[in-house]
Design a protein around this ligand. Structure first.
Ligand code: LRH
Ligand code: MN
Length: 438
């Protein structure tokens, strides 16, 4: 059975809308680009090198972020939001079309369950979209599920429940193979709310025994990404609570197991960029869930609260890539919850923030930085980073978008297309549709 396209409104943004909006902004853009080129040239940096490198940056989109997110208090659906995985991929294609940065979507199962994955893959490819890491879900009970995950999943005290969770992860790998994905992300909510509720060591041993079975089923060219999180839904202990536990598990499992860093999964003020450096140093940095937060796992737009931290993370990633002679390829993905914005606009903004952090990290004068660090010239070493962070690189980001057929001003172009309004007319609107998080 072929894929079921349920609405006939245009897929994507009409090219003439993009061309018209770019024409409106082109003269000012070229002036800004020339000014930035001259500024970087004074630092012996060729802006064309920077744009070429930026053209290789790819960030995966979270399928679950394509609908309005919510909290335990409420979710406020957006008219015209996707109602199934096909419509989610359509909207992902719009983000990629305008940003040029997001050619893959990361699916979550069973939230994105459908009955023909070959058709889904074909549909995605017809819109220029591929499939990033697959996310399993053993933190919710599905209708008709035999054994509950209330007291855990891969680390549950009872073998039968662990086996159920293992089989779900094996099914996710099978789906991923059909979609051309190359990684499985395993985040579990397993933990406890009371001292004494679980025995820490036994619980982690059960988790490792379960994950060994999942690891054993991975195709040779796949990665298993272990995602740590300090708390929630468990509020006293969490089985994979921090990067230390995650790297020990990844080292125990084998070379295909690596750690995924979700920026929101750490206590406030934790030095996440140093965690990134550590995981990269030991060859276990497999991927990211980019977002931002002020308090807990707020899943806010990347770079919207602490853009300097995002820059410092990319500063470590650029350095790790230099140390790896350019062969350092963690899976960059976003994991955000868009509770009060149009998800497409938030993802366009976030893709731009991520690209901006990367470009600013690329223009750090590393030779000067290394010398100032060797000389313990603290201020000059710090200012090497500050100078790069304070450089307005937006013209370089816009040039990369133009060269990928995207928009100089993605948000303005998206609004000029009336895409969401057209989708609100065309798509069925079900305010009770759960985006997954709620
Ligand atoms: C857990 C998490 C995980 C996903 C979920 C949607 O907080 O970050 O990556 O499975 O959000
Ligand atoms: Mn995450």
């Amino acid at each position: 059975m072929g894929f079921v396209a349920i609405d006939r409104s245009p897929a994507g943004i009409p090219q003439d809308v993009i061309a018209r909006d770019n024409a409106r902004l082109m003269e000012a853009h070229l002036a800004d680009y020339a000014a930035l080129a001259a500024r970087l040239e004074r630092q012996n940096i060729d802006i064309e090198d920077i744009v070429d490198k930026l053209m290789t940056l790819e960030v995966g989109l979270p399928s679950w972020g394509m609908v309005s997110g919510g909290t335990r208090f409420a979710r406020f659906p957006l008219p015209g939001e996707p109602s199934d995985v096909f419509e989610k991929i359509e909207d992902c294609a719009v983000v990629h079309q305008l940003s040029g940065l997001t050619p893959r979507v990361s699916l979550h199962f069973p939230w994105d369950k459908t009955d023909d994955y070959a058709a889904l893959r074909q549909f995605g490819e017809s819109l220029g979209m591929g499939f990033d890491a697959i996310n399993s879900n053993t933190f919710q009970d599905q209708a008709g599920q035999k054994r509950s995950y209330k007291f855990g999943s891969l680390s549950h005290s009872q073998q039968a429940t662990r086996q159920q969770a293992i089989e779900h992860n094996l099914q996710c790998i099978e789906i991923g193979k059909q979609l051309g994905s190359k990684a499985l992300t395993v985040w579990i909510g397993d933990g406890s709310n009371f001292p004494g509720q679980v025995e820490f060591t036994d619980t982690l041993e059960r988790y490792l025994e379960s994950l060994k079975a999942v690891y054993g089923a991975l195709p040779s060219d796949w990665r298993l990404l272990i995602e740590h999180k300090m708390y929630e839904p468990a509020f006293y202990s969490t089985v994979i609570q921090d990067w230390g536990t995650s790297i020990l598990c990844a080292q125990t499992l084998g070379p295909k197991a690596q750690c995924l860093v979700d920026l929101g999964h750490h206590a406030p003020n934790v030095n996440i960029e140093m965690i990134v450096a550590r995981l990269a140093q030991f060859g276990k940095l497999g991927g990211f869930h980019f977002n931002d937060s002020k308090y807990g796992d707020d899943d806010l737009d990347s770079g919207s609260v602490n853009p300097f931290q995002l820059f410092l993370v990319f500063n470590e990633l650029v350095y790790a890539d230099i140390r790896a002679q350019g062969k350092f390829r963690p899976a960059y993905m976003m994991d955000q919850s868009h509770n009060v914005t149009d998800p497409i606009e938030s993802l366009l903004n976030s893709a731009r923030a991520i690209a901006g952090a990367y470009v600013k990290a690329l223009i750090v004068d590393r030779a000067a930085l290394k010398q100032y660090q060797a000389d313990n010239d603290v201020i000059m070493a710090h200012n090497c980073l500050r100078l790069a962070f304070e450089t307005d690189v937006r013209a370089a980001l816009a040039m990369a978008r133009i060269r990928k057929g995207g928009a100089i001003d993605p948000i303005a172009c998206y609004r000029a297309s009336s895409y969401r309004a057209l989708k609100a007319e065309a798509r069925k609107y079900d305010p009770h549709l759960g985006g997954g998080i709620v």
